[in-house]
Structure formats: C-alpha cells, structure tokens
Write a protein that binds this ligand. Structure first.
Ligand code: NAD
Length: 385
C-alpha cells in the first residue's frame, strides 16, 4: 500500500502546479466549499497534487464588499485559473439590490467573460440511493449519463426578444432561437471528446421535424461526426422523445448533446432520476486554448444558496465535492483521482451516512462537516490502497 502511495507522491514531483480559484459565494455555498477544501488540502498535504489556491467573492457577499456581484480583479483571477470552483449565490438579503448587481449577475458575468459555452450535467445514480429515485430501482441503479448543454446561444439570448403591444388589446411575445454553425460544432466536439473517455456514444437531441435550428443542428453534428469522430457511435433523437426515453430507459444513454433550451429541461429531468438537489454537480467549459489546450472552466453544484438551511450545518456537501471531482477529471488531468473521490462518496452512502435531505429509515444522520470528514477518510483509506 505504501509503495503505491509513494508512487503517487513521486508522480507529484513531476506534476505542475494547478491554480484553483475558489468562489464560495453566499448561504450554504461557503459551507459546502469548506468540505471540498478539505479534500484539496489533503491532496496538497499528501503530495498527490500541487494546488495553488486563491479565493474571491461572488454574489451577495461581493455586493456587500464591492457594490457589484463580482469585481474585475476576481474575474481576472478566474480567467487565469486552471479551474474555478463556485459554491452558490443569492439570498433574501439581496432581493432589493439593482437588477444588474443581483447575486446571479456574478455567475452570468463569469459564464460570459470566460466564454463557457458547454454545460456538463452528469446524472449518476449511486446504488445506495437507488430507492430514493421516483423511478424503480432497476431503471436507475448504476445510471451514469452526461448531458452536454449548449449554454451561451439559442433562444435565451437570440434577438429580437420582446413583448409588443398590438394596440387591439393583444400583446405579442417573441423569443428568437438562433444557432450559427460554429456554436453547434464546438458543442458537438465537447460531446464527442467526452464520449471517447466514456462509453463512446453520443445522442444528439433536437427538433428537426419542426425547427430550422434543429435541421442545422442535426446537419452540423452529422458532419462533425463524419469528419472528426467516425469512431464514436452517433444517434439522433427528437428532444421530446429524449425526455420520454430518460424516464423510460435512461441507461441507454452515454452522452446527450443538445441546445440551451432543451438542455435546460432534459438535464433537470435526468438530474431528478438520481435523488436530491444536494447530489448534483456540474461543469461549464470554454474552448481549448490554442497553445496549451487548456479550457477555461467553472465547476459548481446545481443547487442554490439554500437560505432556509444556511447556517444550520445541514447542507449536503456531496454536489460540491462531486463538482471538485469533475474539475480533477476535466481540467486537472487527475481522472483516476476523480474516480476515487466518486467511489468514496458511494462508499460513505453505502455505509448509511446521510445528510438530512437524503435521510431515510435506519440510516445515520450527519451534518455537512461530518459528511465531508467521512468522504475524506474514505478517500484517504482507499485512495492510498
Ligand atoms: P436552492 O437550490 O437554494 O434550494 C431549494 C431547496 O433545496 C431548499 O429547500 C434547500 O434547502 C434544498 N437544498 C439545496 N441545496 C441543498 C443541499 N446542498 N443540501 C440540502 N438541501 C439543499 O433553490 P432556491 O431556494 O430556489 O433558491 C435560493 C437562492 O439561491 C435564491 O437566491 C436563488 O436565486 C439562488 N440560486 C442560486 C443558484 C446558483 O448559485 N447557481 C442556483 C439556484 C438558485
């Protein structure tokens, strides 16, 4: 056992230093970030990795300090980091702040300035939680799929976007779905690249039967596949059918790639197959740097700042810790350790430890910090083996 740990330690000496930028944010954001930080510190202390850590403010806490949801200096640190870890923002304290300075504006600015166009939402069902799903155990047990959602284009951003008064007692609302070829190409490439590291299958979801943007989406994904990824299996699925299939037989999917709107809906459907909001990590990736190949990236739990439980020590830190695992896998070249972190989460759940959001008969209730300690102890024990 020691020999293997020594091998990891020796590897570490050859390792470059990774810059991590932590933005804990508001409410439970800071509480769950503290648990991920325990793992980061452990990696540093054991010499398995060399992380240089900076911390900044985002959301309401940044507004209180600087009068804006994130300051330029923190955006610059996010730009230069190998990975940004983001907690959560918001809370009733900031309900009245001007719209452009509201807590969420900090996250939106980061997504825009870092050009994070691909949102990765895994849906993994840990066997110990399979009975907590609204679907039958056999449908969800062992589920491991990944949705790649295009994040910066489509109907949420297209212009015109307006409500006009028609002057006859009627109003007209317009949203515009726009996709250019390059936006579809880069989302498709992320999906194909990820599929190659998984079970090598991509399902592309659109509505080519009724939408021109769906026709182009289908055409571009088909071409990128033929020209660059013929080794990956590709299927096309209509987005509404994809929703049905997700609740009928989700294990048929490996990587699903889809646009911003359909991705928003489908990723929430997929997420709920696996249980609590407190379990769901995510990643947002930008384009690879031409020289280094490094992608700008931000990793965050799907949940918000949960003001109802903030400060009570009840928050589930697993979504944040699993977001760190995604950073290890996709930005820090530590995929094996990402697997180990996820295995540690699975083991701690199998041992019956549960934060209140997951609590069930016969299980052992623990708080945020205790859950983090158990995961770290498991990682330290099995990771060294
Ligand atoms: P929320 O995700 O904060 O909470 C929804 C429910 O889930 C609450 O009952 C909460 O207690 C529970 N929950 C969430 N995360 C949990 C965890 N880790 N462990 C245990 N229980 C958890 O959503 P909301 O209540 O709609 O929003 C609260 C605030 O968060 C708002 O200000 C909202 O704007 C903001 N928000 C921020 C983000 C983000 O930072 N990315 C995302 C969603 C909401």
């Amino acid at each position: 056992m020691d020999d293997l740990l020594d091998a990891h330690v020796k590897d570490a000496y050859r390792m470059t230093t990774h810059k991590l930028f932590l933005l804990p944010g508001d409410g439970i954001g800071a509480e769950v970030m503290a648990e991920a930080t325990k793992l980061i510190n452990w990696f540093n202390q054991t010499g398995i990795a060399a992380f240089e850590i900076e911390q900044g403010l985002v959301g309401g806490s940044a507004y209180d300090a600087h009068g804006e949801a994130i300051c330029d200096a923190d955006v610059a640190l996010a730009q230069s980091a190998d990975a940004v870890l983001f907690g959560a923002v918001g809370g009733p304290k900031w309900d009245g702040v001007p719209y452009d300075k509201r807590p969420e504006a900090g996250l939106l600015r980061l997504r825009k300035d870092l050009e994070l166009f691909a949102n990765l939402r895994p849906a993994i069902c840990y066997p110990a939680l399979a009975d907590g799903s609204s679907l039958k155990r056999e449908i969800v047990e062992g589920l491991d799929l990944l949705i790649v959602r295009e994040l910066t284009g489509g109907v949420y951003f297209g212009e015109p976007k307006e409500i006009t008064d028609l002057g006859n007692g009627q109003k007209r609302a317009i949203d515009t779905q726009i996709y250019d070829t390059y936006e579809i190409e880069r989302a498709a490439r992320v999906a194909f690249d990820l599929a190659r590291t998984r079970r090598n299958k991509v399902s592309s979801a659109e509505k080519r039967n009724v939408m021109k943007s769906g026709v182009l989406w289908n055409e571009v994904v088909t071409r990128v596949h033929a020209e660059e990824y013929p080794d990956v299996e590709l299927e096309h699925v209509l987005a509404d059918n994809c929703g049905m299939q997700l609740v009928r037989n989700p294990k048929q999917y490996d990587v699903i790639v889809t646009d911003n709107l359909f991705g928003d809906v489908l990723s929430d459907v997929a997420a709920m197959l696996t249980g609590s909001l407190g379990m769901l990590p995510s990643a947002s990736l930008g384009a690879p740097d031409e020289k280094t190949g490094r992608r700008k990236s931000l990793y965050e739990p799907v949940h918000g700042s949960a003001p109802d439980i903030a400060g009570t020590g009840k928050a589930n830190p697993i979504a944040m810790i699993a977001s760190l695992a995604m950073a290890l896998r996709y930005s820090l070249n530590m995929g094996e350790w990402a697997d180990q972190v996820e295995a540690a989460i699975g083991a701690v759940l199998a041992q019956g430890f549960r934060t209140p959001d997951l609590m069930d008969d016969g299980m052992k209730e623990v708080g945020t910090s205790e859950m983090g300690d158990h995961i770290l102890a498991e990682l330290a024990e099995t990771g060294a083996a």
